[in-house]
Structures are given as structure tokens and as C-alpha cells.
Design a protein around this ligand. Structure first.
Ligand code: SGN
Ligand code: CA
Length: 533
């Protein structure tokens, strides 16, 4: 009996060892699963990406991804703020189920993530750049991430071995780390997932020194809603604190030396930030900064703009810096694509370019994000996979960041676990639309907090949007995106939308149920947040 037992164990062991060997061989010899390069920026509005809109800037390298792949014109996030978007990306689950509803929450690493699953299935996994989830990255063979928001100039990085400071500009360095991974760290017998997460173009919009003045003296068109007065909207739009004229800091945001600001700024904090940014530069770099921003300061002092002039002046300053950071993103994406070409990897590498959410570039007079209105709800999404996707495709399907995890797993031939709430976009790559969705769900929570955007949830169909603002108000908004693409007129309770309103309510209730969100959860989270804030 004992011998039989030992014999059975040996056979089992042999079989499983054989399986492991075969798996290894399979990787070495002939693994046709794609590599994945996932590039994500922080706050890149589609308005500043010329594959979508060339009014503000030309981005030839990002456009290349679109030209050689597919451009999603209706890509959205599910909670338009940084850490929550990253948690959605990793888990494929909405914020109410993935432990991160706002930038305060800590990511629960016990959850199933798509990098973790890819890793279990023989992928090598690496992430470089912004992380923002507070707990340490798990499921990665290599990681080197910015602490919290990170710095643009000479940034520090968290690594498994502690904090390391790098010389240079964040977007260049993060790309260098990705290229170094491809050249020297990678196990060439395995397919890889390489996540390249830039800090740019996040506030305070610090361009690399060579592009500090790249957008100065250019005609920068103003959006038609720059001077929005929030008429025909609800309380939430009026009470948000993200107006360029009133809430953008002259010092850290617009680069006016605090010495030149006559009226004390609303928060001295921003002046401290201004000095801490400037003081990261070497003496040589400070000379370049002074040469560019010196004349800007002189102009400001001479003009002393007020009212509408101040709004116009600050908007232009904002765009000059924001676009400078985007130009560097575009260069660096070009550098990474060229490297994939050189290594002969381009054909079977799925490249994603996206942002953690959109951003207001002056629409409604705003900067920042958070609202379910189009400029911050939408996000750029370009995907290239030459062996599987024909070039120059455009999709108008409603896709959302909950779909990333299931899509990338599907590309690797892996079924997403049931708990993931998104859908694989793979069929859309080939133009299939069957059984796709007709509405998207959204829920934002970080209130009261910086920018004071009230809590809200809602749905968007192809044509309409229904939003409920709650917590310290109880207001509904309804927009007809066909007749009112800039969302300037709340149609809620207008007789002409009565039927649509009813249908949208019905749809919202069914999506809340489907995704397991509820009023009860809203109440639990409010109580929890009141203890934390
Ligand atoms: C910082 C910014 C805010 C921004 C949040 C969240 N202020 O607090 O304007 O909304 O980050 O951004 S700053 O003066 O410190 O830059 S997020 O992308 O991380 O969600
Ligand atoms: Ca962001």
C-alpha cells in the first residue's frame, strides 16, 4: 500500500513537472501571446491630442498610434480622479467595489488585478512612473514608481530597495526606465506587460526646460464656454472651486514670483509650492527658468490684469505650460514606439495610450476634472496592435476604463474573472458591435475636498446624460448631447424631455443594480468619509 502511494505521488509529480517544462518550452519556442505596453498620462484632455482635435497642438507620435491602430471617440472613465481611475484599471471593478473611491483611500492589494493574473499566466510585468495608490505595487516583477503625485524635475522614485532620486525631467526618465527594461531587464523568453505611467500633464504643468517657452507667442484659441456663467445649470457647477480666474494660483500655476503678486493669494500654500518647484532646479536651470518666466512676470506686473482680462491672461498662461508638457509626452511616446520598431517587437505588441481621465482646458471657465460633464468624463484612448488591428480605425462605441482589465486579459487569451465588471473590447477591434452596451455608469465621491465638486452619480447613453448630485443637495441634471454638446442647459423636468427622463431613470436604476451600487452603499460611504476627512 505504502509503495502504491509513493508510486502515485511520483507519477503526479512527474506529470506536473512535465507540464511546467512544457510551459517553459512553450514560452521559449513559440509564444504568440502579445506583449502589452500600456502608456497612461495624468490629466491629458482629448482636446490637446491632434488625433482628436488639432486646434491647440500637433501630437504626431500619438497620432501615429491612432493611424496605425484604433481611435476610440467615446472612451470614458467611471470616477474622474486619479487614484480611483488607477484602481479601476487594475481591478476592472467600479470604485465602490475596489477599495479606492477617492485620492485618500488606500488600495487593497489582496484584490485580483489584471497584472497579477498575467503574471500567474507566465507574463513578465513591470510598471514605471505614477502609481498613487499608497500601498506598494504587487503583481509586478519590476516597479519603480513616483511617491504620491511625484515631481517633474529631478524626481524621487520608490523602488523595492527604497527611495532613489533621478536627475532630469520626469517624462524623459519614465520613458528611459521603460526603454532600459526592454533592452536590459526583460526575460526575453516571456511575453511582457510594461506599464508606463507619466506624471505629465498634471498640475502645476511644468514643461521640460527646452519647452518652457515652446507655446509662447502663439495664437491659443479660447473655448466658447470660457466665460460660462453657469446659468441653466444646478448648484454643483456654480459652487465648484476650479475656475481659472478665481482658483488657479498665480504663483505655482502661472509661475508668477510671489514677490510680484500685490494682492496676497488665497492660499499661501501655493507660494510655498512655487518656491519648492523652483528650488529643485540647478543654478544653470534656474537661469533658463528666469529667462523665460522673467518677461512673463514683467508683463503681468505691467498689465496687472483684472476681470475678463485676468481670465484671458491666466487661460493663456495655463495653456502655454500645459501644452509644453504634452509636447514632451508626444516626443517620448515617439521614442518608445521607435524603440519597439528597432527591437522588432512592434508587430505583436499591443500599445495602449490613454489618460487617467480628461481635463478642463478652459471649458466652463475651468481647470481640473471630477465632473461627469464631457471634458473630464471622456478620456483619450488609442490602441495599436499591428498583427490584429487594421490601421486608421475609429470606434464610436461606449467604452470605459472598467474594460481595460478584461480586454488586456482577453488579448492574452485569458478569461476575466467574474468579479471584473467591464467587457473585453476585443470584438470592437474588428468592428463588431453585437451585444455591446448602450449606457455607461459613473460615480464620483471626493467631497468635501479640494475643488469642491459635489458627490454625484449618473449614466450616459449615446445621446443623453442623467446626473444626480447628492449629499448636501439633491439635484438632477439631464443633458441632450446632440442639441447641447457643451452641456449648457439642464433639461431635467422640462416637459419635452419627460419621456426620455423616465427612460433614463429606469436605465440608471438598472445599471446601479447590475453594478451592485446602491443608496445604502452611498450612506455607508458618507459615514465612513465623515470619520476620515
Ligand atoms: C492636487 C492638485 C489638484 C488636483 C489633485 C488631484 N493641486 O491636489 O488640483 O485636483 O491633485 O489630482 S496641486 O496644487 O497640489 O497640484 S489627481 O490627478 O491626482 O487626481
Ligand atoms: Ca489625474
Amino acid at each position: 500500500m505504502q509503495y502504491l502511494y509513493i508510486f502515485a505521488i511520483s507519477v503526479l509529480c512527474l506529470l506536473s513537472c512535465n507540464r511546467a517544462d512544457r510551459k517553459e518550452d512553450h514560452f521559449r519556442r513559440n509564444d504568440d501571446r502579445p506583449n502589452i505596453v500600456f502608456i497612461m498620462t495624468d490629466d491629458h484632455g482629448f482636446q490637446a491630442l491632434s488625433a482628436y482635435d488639432s486646434t491647440l497642438i500637433r501630437t504626431p507620435n500619438l497620432d501615429r498610434v491612432a493611424r496605425e491602430g484604433i481611435r476610440f471617440d467615446r472612451a470614458f472613465v467611471s470616477n474622474s480622479i486619479c487614484a480611483p481611475s488607477r484602481a479601476v484599471l487594475l481591478t476592472g471593478k467600479f470604485s465602490h467595489l475596489n477599495s479606492v473611491r477617492d485620492n485618500v483611500d488606500i488600495f487593497d492589494t489582496a484584490q485580483v488585478t489584471f497584472p497579477g493574473i498575467l503574471h500567474e499566466h507566465g507574463y513578465e510585468t513591470a510598471i514605471f512612473g505614477k502609481w498613487h495608490l499608497k500601498s506598494q505595487p504587487t503583481g509586478f516583477d519590476y516597479w519603480k514608481v513616483l511617491p504620491d503625485q511625484g515631481q517633474y524635475y529631478h524626481p524621487e522614485f520608490l523602488t523595492p530597495g527604497g527611495i532613489v532620486k533621478e536627475e532630469g525631467y520626469a517624462t524623459d526618465i519614465i520613458t528611459d526606465l521603460a526603454i532600459h527594461y526592454l533592452d536590459s531587464l526583460r526575460d526575453k523568453s516571456k511575453p511582457f506587460l510594461l506599464m508606463v505611467h507619466h506624471k505629465a500633464p498634471h498640475r502645476e504643468w511644468l514643461p521640460p526646460l527646452e519647452y518652457l517657452d515652446a507655446f509662447h507667442n502663439r495664437n491659443i484659441p479660447e473655448p466658447p464656454t470660457l466665460f460660462d456663467d453657469y446659468r441653466n445649470r444646478g448648484t454643483a457647477a456654480r459652487s465648484a472651486e476650479m475656475r481659472i480666474a478665481d482658483h488657479m494660483a498665480l504663483s505655482s500655476d502661472n509661475k508668477i514670483d510671489p514677490e510680484n503678486i500685490a494682492r496676497k493669494e488665497f492660499l499661501d500654500w501655493y507660494q510655498t509650492v512655487y518656491y519648492s518647484q523652483y528650488n529643485r532646479l540647478s543654478d544653470y536651470e534656474k537661469k533658463r527658468w528666469d529667462a523665460v518666466y522673467g518677461p512673463v512676470n514683467e508683463e503681468y506686473v505691467k498689465m496687472s490684469p483684472e476681470g475678463d482680462d485676468l481670465m484671458r491672461w491666466k487661460y493663456r498662461r495655463y495653456m502655454e505650460d500645459y501644452l509644453g508638457t504634452i509636447r514632451s509626452v508626444d516626443d517620448n511616446v515617439g521614442r518608445l514606439l521607435a524603440h519597439l520598431d528597432e527591437l522588432g517587437l512592434a508587430g505583436n505588441t499591443l500599445v495602449v495610450y490613454t489618460s487617467d481621465q480628461g481635463f478642463y482646458l478652459g471649458e466652463h471657465g475651468w481647470f481640473d476634472k471630477r465632473f461627469m460633464y464631457e471634458p473630464s468624463f471622456r478620456t483619450p484612448l488609442l490602441i495599436r496592435w499591428p498583427e490584429k488591428i487594421e490601421g486608421s480605425r475609429v470606434s464610436r462605441d461606449l467604452v470605459q476604463n472598467i474594460d481595460f482589465a478584461p480586454t488586456l486579459l482577453a488579448a492574452a487569451g485569458i478569461d476575466a474573472p467574474d468579479e471584473m465588471q467591464g467587457k473585453s473590447m476585443l470584438p470592437l477591434f474588428e468592428g463588431g458591435h453585437e451585444n455591446w452596451r448602450d449606457a455607461l455608469y459613473y460615480h464620483y465621491y471626493e467631497y468635501p475636498s479640494i475643488h469642491m465638486v459635489k458627490r454625484h452619480y449618473g449614466i450616459r447613453t449615446e445621446r443623453y446624460k442623467l446626473i444626480h448630485f447628492y449629499y448636501d443637495i439633491d439635484e438632477w441634471e439631464l443633458y441632450d448631447l446632440e442639441t447641447d454638446p457643451n452641456e449648457m442647459n439642464n433639461g431635467y423636468n422640462l416637459p419635452e424631455y419627460a419621456d426620455i427622463q423616465q427612460q433614463l431613470h429606469f436605465k440608471l436604476d438598472s445599471l446601479r443594480k447590475l453594478y451592485r451600487d446602491s443608496e445604502e452603499l452611498d450612506r455607508i460611504f458618507i459615514e465612513k468619509d465623515m470619520r476620515t476627512f
